[in-house]
Design a protein around this ligand. Structure first.
Ligand SMILES: [Zn+2]
Length: 715
């Protein structure tokens, strides 16, 4: 599964008097490209004109204008109506949105010291700005008045949904609190926001600094020539000429662990990853997360919830932490049981080589690869030539979207981008209408956050007359100059995954921007993306993109069969590391406010042991101290959502299987009833209406090889 996060403003919290922000001078206003709507196609941001110094004044002026618009709505002498309250609220904040979408994009994918400084300065102000809206009494009174009359107002379903979602947002953000408690909440929000930004920046530095550099190529025996060249290049870019640097990815396990023959190097690389943010000093994140957990519990208590998770799950599909925990606890025995059987296979290989050691976490990927080769004779390096990036994108990802939904794509070279590696495609609907822009930024950089994600630069809204501008970011290894970008099969899946999010954004067909596209609950938002992963292995799609970049030959059937047979390989490990991370998240966020401050490492072990998922050789996918999703990206108490949506994705794909598979009719129906609907109706009802029943966990257990795995993995 692709680790992927929707950059979100949810994690930005508190005070600071925004009114004191200086208004931009007239000359700045003229020069600043954010101050007028973009005149580029689709209102795409003019990245060729935007300077790093433009963001801060645009954000501050954007907040000032937004607040003035909100004040006008709140102080309207007319009695509150949907049209004089909700419509102007949906239209408000245009400048701020323009600045923030571009700012979030560059700080996520192409940051710098200057941008990080702006981020740290603006985060508490943005949080305060959000509070100034949610805690505006007059505004909330109007919202509440309309909410209380909502059934008598003859609102269309989408407008009714907007009233309900907005009202609950206000309540969730403290609108009903006393003035004293509002002030307390603001203080907590401010501190959380500051710490969350600090966490993100510390982690980026820790991950960069944590790279393993070796001065003897013999220690890297087993790496492919391409990977060795990339490591030499990485060392060179750090002025370490003549050495080799293995940079860290954001997950616990590192790709090179699979290939490295030298056990000491493996252990060193694993430990570099595991301890990256726990070396003491400036980049150590432990004290930061311990405090964030406390703050979140206090926020929840103030709002009347027993825990942070109880607060955050109320408006999710799962509704309560207990329901999410029950769902995960049901997965634990199947996942760990399978992982234990996989461990036995691996130990057998180690023993057969008379290596004389017990399997450790840093051995898993390396020997799993040998088990895979022995059992399935599958070599990643044999596969990679069939997955050249551009070919996978155009003949795989785009092709599937064409077969299902009738979309076509044309690359554009005239749209400005935030970094030269970024590509832009114009997307055409089934009738040839130009419908969206799609940007992709696939290569890893030191100044890019880890993982992969999707977001919008412009959100679709018929009210605002805007069409979607969406992008995907990933961290694929950039090839040396002149070499093709060859992907692992996991990378291929990541591309399909992120493009599933992109479709959710591009198919959006809603009136109100706040209900548009991927603006849905966390435990729903990964459904379209995980669902889209299924098309990567659809035989017709696969045959269309799995073409050798040198020989132009399709992948031989024997190799295709091997990939298919190997599909469930390591699924016990994969599921266990995910469930472990999700349970860590839930552990931190089900702490009551009066719990004593936790020691990060001790608490981590406690949670994993209590939940019966503490296997030494299967560490969590993210350790608490580098779990960006939950401390920096708005996925707090929401990481379970990836598993929950896996259930939806597999159950949903079952519908396609039951109804004739990849047809335009099936695609159109899915688009009409789900992908275009954003958050315009209750998500559980939306799913059920399309699926014809409640989601079932059975297809997930079978698809992920945890139940009745056809090829078996037992000894
Ligand atoms: Zn995702």
């Amino acid at each position: 599964m692709a680790a992927c996060s929707q950059p979100s403003n949810d994690n930005q919290a508190t005070p600071a008097p925004t009114a004191s922000a200086p208004a931009a001078s007239a000359s700045t206003a003229q020069a600043n490209p954010f101050f007028a709507a973009s005149t580029l196609p689709f209102q795409a941001p003019p990245f060729d004109k935007i300077q790093e110094s433009d963001y801060q004044p645009a954000i501050e002026e954007g907040m000032r204008q937004h607040l003035a618009e909100i004040e006008k709505i709140a102080n309207n002498p007319e009695p509150p109506t949907f049209d004089n309250t909700f419509i102007p609220m949906e239209k408000s904040g245009a400048l701020l949105k323009r600045a923030m979408t571009a700012f979030d994009t560059v700080t996520g994918a192409n940051t710098s010291d200057a941008l990080q400084k702006v981020q740290e300065e603006e985060a508490p102000k943005l949080a305060a700005h959000q509070d100034a809206i949610y805690l505006n009494d007059k505004l909330f009174q109007r919202v509440e008045t309309i909410y209380n009359q909502r059934d008598k107002l003859n609102l269309d379903p989408e407008s009714l949904r907007l009233v309900e979602v907005t009202y609950k947002d206000f309540v969730h953000n403290g609108a009903k609190l006393s003035a004293a408690d509002k002030a307390k909440l603001k203080e907590l929000n401010k501190e959380e926001s500051t710490l969350s930004t600090q966490f993100t920046n510390k982690l980026l530095a820790a991950t960069k600094a944590g790279a393993l550099t070796v001065d003897d190529a013999a220690k890297l025996k087993g790496l492919s020539e391409g990977d060795l060249a990339a490591a030499a290049q990485a060392a060179k870019s750090r002025d370490l000429d003549g050495k080799w640097t293995l940079t860290l990815q954001n997950t616990t396990q590192q790709p090179a662990l699979k290939d490295l023959d030298d056990r000491a190097t493996r252990e060193a690389l694993f430990k570099a990853s595991w301890d990256r943010a726990e070396h003491g000093g400036d980049n150590d994140t432990r004290a930061t997360i311990e405090r964030i957990a406390q703050i979140r519990a206090s926020q929840a208590k103030l709002l009347g919830y027993p825990t942070f998770a109880a607060w955050k799950l109320e408006d999710q599909m799962a509704k309560t932490p207990q329901r999410a925990l029950d769902f995960m606890h049901n997965l634990v025995p199947a996942a760990t049981g399978r992982a234990e059987r996989e461990a036995k296979d691996i130990q057998a290989v180690i023993d057969s080589q008379h290596a004389g050691f017990k399997l450790a976490a840093w051995d898993w990927q390396h020997y799993a690869e040998q088990v895979r080769k022995a059992k399935y004779d599958l070599d990643e390096n044999q596969i990679k030539p069939y997955f050249e990036l551009d070919n996978v994108l155009q003949n795989g990802v785009f092709y599937a979207a064409n077969q299902l939904y009738g979309l076509t794509f044309k690359e554009r070279h005239d749209i400005p981008v935030w970094q030269p590696d970024v590509r832009v495609f114009e997307v055409f609907d089934k009738d040839g209408t130009s419908m969206a822009l799609f940007y992709c930024d696939y290569f890893k950089r030191d100044n890019k956050g880890g993982g992969a994600w999707m977001s919008n630069l412009v959100e679709e809204s018929t009210l605002l007359g805007t069409k979607p501008v969406v992008y995907n970011v990933a961290n694929f290894t950039k090839p040396a100059p002149g070499q093709p970008a060859l992907l692992s099969f996991d990378d291929v899946i990541t591309m399909f995954h992120e493009f599933g999010h992109a479709l959710h954004g591009m198919f959006a067909d809603t009136k109100y921007p706040s209900l548009s596209g991927a603006n849905t609950a966390r435990d729903f938002v990964e459904f379209p993306s995980q669902f889209n992963e299924h098309w990567a292995t659809n035989p017709k799609v696969f045959a269309h993109y799995a073409i050798n970049y040198k020989t132009h030959e399709p992948m031989p059937q024997a190799l295709v069969d091997k990939i298919k047979q190997a599909r469930h390989f390591n699924s016990g490990y994969d599921m266990t590391e995910l469930v472990a991370a999700a349970l860590l998240d839930m552990g931190w966020h089900t702490l009551p406010a009066d719990a004593p401050k936790k020691d990060a490492d001790k608490f981590e072990t406690e949670v994993l042991t209590k939940d019966k998922i503490n296997l030494s050789y299967v560490p969590p996918r993210y350790r608490s101290s580098y779990f960006q999703h939950i401390w920096g990206n708005g996925y707090a108490a929401g990481y379970y959502a990836y598993l929950w949506t896996q259930m939806l994705a597999d159950d949903g794909f079952e519908w396609f299987k039951e109804n004739g598979g990849m047809t335009r009719a099936n695609g159109d129906r899915f688009r009409k009833m789900v992908l275009s609907r954003g958050n315009t109706e209750d998500l559980a009802q939306m799913y059920k209406a399309w699926r014809g029943k409640e989601p079932s966990v059975e297809p997930m257990l079978i698809d992920r090889g945890l139940k009745d795995a056809p090829e078996g993995n037992e000894k």
